[in-house]
Design a protein around this ligand. Sequence first.
Ligand code: NAD
Length: 299
Amino acid sequence: MIAMKIGFIGLGAMGIRIVTRLLKAGYELYVYDIIKEKMQSLIQLGVKPCNNPKEVAINSDIIMMSLPDSKAVKEILLGENGVSYGVKENSIVIDLSTIEPTIYKECDEILKKRNVKLCDAPVSGGTEGAEAGTLTIIFGGDEDAFKRVQEVLKVIGKNIFYVGPLGSGQIVKLVNNSMAAVNLVGAIEAMVMGIKAGINPKLLYEIISVSSGTSRTFERKFSNHIFKGDFEPGFKVDLMYKDLGEALKLAKELKVPMVMASVAQQLFGMARTMGLGDKDTSSLIKVFEDLTKIKIPIF
Ligand code: NAD
């Protein structure tokens, strides 16, 4: 299995960390990012930079992607010099991005003609999980392909689930991100209320983190970002806004009300209006600081 050559497209906050882990595990890596400089930093670690996704596909047995949205995934697969023009028979294409599940249909029909398995494997666990190789991986697609890529998935993830057909991983991921978003919004507004009422923020955090209001999102976002005044992503507001949009689109199709996710999306929309789209989702606190005229202390 170790002889497998891996292609990786999209060297952002997640991609760069996943590629680094795969390199350390001994895999040969062919990479591409639309921003050339993103490849430069990895060359000294031994990756082979490519000029386009087609070149990545020609050289790889497994092609992984971690891209911002559905448009980018479709362009990388089917666009000019895309993966579909270079991919070898029997290759496996794994999309780690969080995107709209419906876009896979056309891509899958084209890749199938070359006996290529397209799979979705959105991940959870953030940049910390990507760095530590402890991501939750939510796999949808051909079950045999899932078995064939086990060793690779184990390098980047700890909790690895097979869900069902292509696109089903994305559905689970949209459920997760809707919950994480609502969780974060609830944590931020309640913490702001407590701090404005005069409770010591550090003590408030300490108490909530051992009480029923706690969540992983609350703990990570407050301790790693908000109380440090560090809003570098992490997970960008723009990406959360996109994920909530996809969840709401799916809910609309299914006639399922998603009241809380709608409110959360509007709040992340406000953060975008304030110019925070490129910042970590924890920067939502700035919307509340602005509205309530309080400043969360850094410690
Ligand atoms: P990012 O914006 O940091 O990285 C995206 C990368 O894709 C960038 O390097 C960008 O230059 C590249 N790119 C964009 N369009 C491209 C194109 N057409 N061709 C080639 N490269 C292109 O995003 P990220 O935080 O790394 O997230 C990537 C995906 O993983 C998203 O779908 C996101 O929702 C998902 N995700 C992110 C996190 C997180 O904590 N950051 C966690 C789980 C899932």
